[in-house]
Design a protein around this ligand. Structure first.
Ligand code: LMR
Length: 394
């Protein structure tokens, strides 16, 4: 029977990881998968995370099952991190999930349980796995314009026109901050206009918040999400702790469902717990406990915030340096968008052939759509990348 299986195309981002590993060249540079790396190319364990794990090792006495929807301390801490003062526990359902991807998957399952005929509006482009999951689930995908390739900025007029065609019962997937793969983000004024369109159409926003703290700061990166939460009666938020806590392999994330009243909240909470039970039963505990320990212990929280801020400002400096180098080499300001973009990624706007050339000639790996992971760079590799970009004719 298993011989009937059809071969699956490998995930492009993950395949690139393998290709990079197999490349024997000394000076190769990995700008592929979205993992933070320090200047020496290492993905460190954050200080507060290590401290939390030490405490857990000393205090934990059992590995028995915990909450099916996650532990209340994790749920509350994540709700607060994302929504701040806007968190209303009595009308918010929360689910601990297997990473941010698990939160996206459970959000889509939940929306489909509520409306079997839903369509999901996604930005063009979006994280490829968004579309892949929806295709696998058989959920129709509707693209909305998002990226203005010429300016490397947001095509906001196109976006507004396209999401205005969503209807009640549809889902509009929005990137909360640090748009993946482009790095081009909405201003707060534009978020307000998006909220106006959602109010008019009645479509359900699903906000993917995978990089809170990597763009303009923890509070700033949640501002668009909070604006939507304040204005739209029902909102789904899929949050990842992979990046901002650096706990990628612990698979930690959560889904929030903001509801209009307590009865709907109970319905949503029950459906979400059911979804976990049907998919993998209990969610991973370890990463969630790290997160709640860090967020609920003032000195750990302060240290985590300081380290996250250093990571964020380090990436901004790399952006400035790369934009400066490209300005010098190209004799123009056409690459200044690199400094304007936020988060881990920027889409350079190179052709697939140019991306291939940069890989073959210079050993620099970026995703095929010319997305680069800024955190994969350091002061020494930026000039190498800049020269490759110019020589490849980007
Ligand atoms: C990425 O876009 O590189 C990250 O979100 C990692 C992944 O799972 O694709």
């Amino acid at each position: 029977m298993l011989g009937n299986l059809k071969p699956q195309a490998p995930d492009k981002i993950l395949a690139l990881m393998g290709e990079f590993k197999a490349d024997p060249r000394q000076g190769k540079i990995d700008l592929g998968v979205g993992v933070y790396k320090d200047a020496s190319g290492h993905t460190p364990i954050m200080r507060a995370v290590l401290a939390a794990e030490k405490r857990m090792l000393e205090t934990e006495t059992t590995k028995s099952y915990a909450g099916l929807s996650g532990e209340p301390d994790f749920q509350k801490a994540m709700g607060g991190l994302i929504l701040g003062d806007l968190l209303k526990p009595e009308t918010t359902a929360t689910l601990a999930t297997v990473g941010g991807t698990g939160a996206i998957r459970q959000a889509l399952e939940l929306a489909r349980m509520a409306n079997p005929d839903l369509r999901v509006f996604v930005s063009n482009p979006t994280w490829p796995n968004h579309v892949s999951i929806m295709n696998f689930m058989g959920v129709p995908v509707q693209e909305y314009r998002y990226f203005d390739a010429a300016r490397r900025g947001v095509d906001f007029e196109g976006m507004k026109a396209d999401i205005s065609t969503a209807k009640k019962g549809d889902v509009v997937l929005l990137h909360g901050c640090c748009h993946n793969p482009t790095g081009a983000n909405l201003t707060l004024e534009q978020w307000a206009e998006v909220a106006g369109i959602l109010e008019k159409t009645g479509a359900l926003p699903l906000i993917d918040l995978a990089y809170q703290g990597f763009g303009d700061g923890l509070e700033e990166d949640a501002a668009g999400t909070r604006l939507i939460a304040a204005r739209i009666p029902e909102v789904l938020i899929a949050a990842s702790c992979s990046k901002n806590f650096g706990i990628y392999r612990e698979r930690t994330g959560c889904l929030l469902a903001l509801c209009t009243d307590a009865a709907t909240r109970d319905l949503a909470q029950g459906a979400m717990a059911f979804l976990n039970r049907q998919t993998y039963s209990f969610p991973p505990f370890h990463g969630a406990k790290i997160v709640s320990t860090v967020l609920n212990t003032p000195e750990l929280r302060a240290d985590w915030m300081a380290e996250l801020e250093a990571v964020r400002s380090g990436m901004l400096q790399l952006r400035e340096q790369l934009a400066g180098e490209l300005r010098d080499l190209s004799g123009s300001d056409r690459f200044d968008f690199v400094a304007r973009h936020r988060g881990m990624f920027s889409r350079l706007g190179a052709t697939p052939e140019q991306v291939q050339r940069v890989k073959e000639e210079f050993g620099i790996y970026m995703v095929g759509d010319s997305r680069i992971n800024i955190a994969g760079l350091n002061q020494a590799t930026i000039p190498v990348l800049a020269r490759a970009i110019i020589e490849a004719g980007v």
